[in-house]
Write a protein that binds this ligand. Structure first.
Ligand SMILES: [Zn+2]
Length: 152
């Protein structure tokens, strides 16, 4: 028998990808996606970019991406993806995976949630949601993001 620790560890939030979110992660409503912009050619990337994949320049600046966008295109995921899928299983819940166009000049891949699959439409206004997606092996809450229909 293993001794049970009686000390309750506070649940720690960790980002699903290290360079993706503004910090702190305490108030998820305040968290935004981070990006990088090339000062030479203007190309925008998600997360941290050391060099520009467009012009190979190294003159990058960190930016905070908009939390609003529009749905550029999407696909419906009807079956559980292979690998370590972290969403609901048994039963698997189908969802839309969107390509979301942000006003910053970038399109990013993100799940579209809080919306019935029939209601997902190209061009629909969307807003960012930062959420606790799943708990990892260390008991941390892994923070991820999706988009939902924008409130007016
Ligand atoms: Zn560039």
């Amino acid at each position: 028998m293993q001794a049970q620790s009686t000390v309750q560890k506070p649940v720690k939030r960790v980002p699903i990808r290290e360079d993706l979110f503004t910090t702190p992660l305490d108030d998820l409503k305040q968290v935004r996606l981070k990006g990088s912009r090339c000062r030479d050619c203007g190309e925008v990337f998600m997360g941290k970019a050391i060099t520009c994949a467009h012009c190979s320049g190294e003159n990058m600046e960190e930016i905070v991406l908009s939390n609003r966008g529009t749905l550029w295109t999407y696909t419906l995921i009807q079956y559980q993806p292979p690998g370590e899928y972290k969403g609901p299983v048994n039963p698997f819940v189908p969802f839309a995976e969107g390509l979301v166009e942000l006003p910053d000049g970038i399109r990013i891949v993100a799940p579209i949630k809080e919306c019935s699959l029939d209601a997902v439409k190209i061009g629909m206004p969307l807003e960012l949601v930062i959420h606790e997606f799943f708990q990892d092996e260390d008991g941390n809450q892994v923070v991820a993001f999706y988009f939902k229909p924008a409130s007016v």
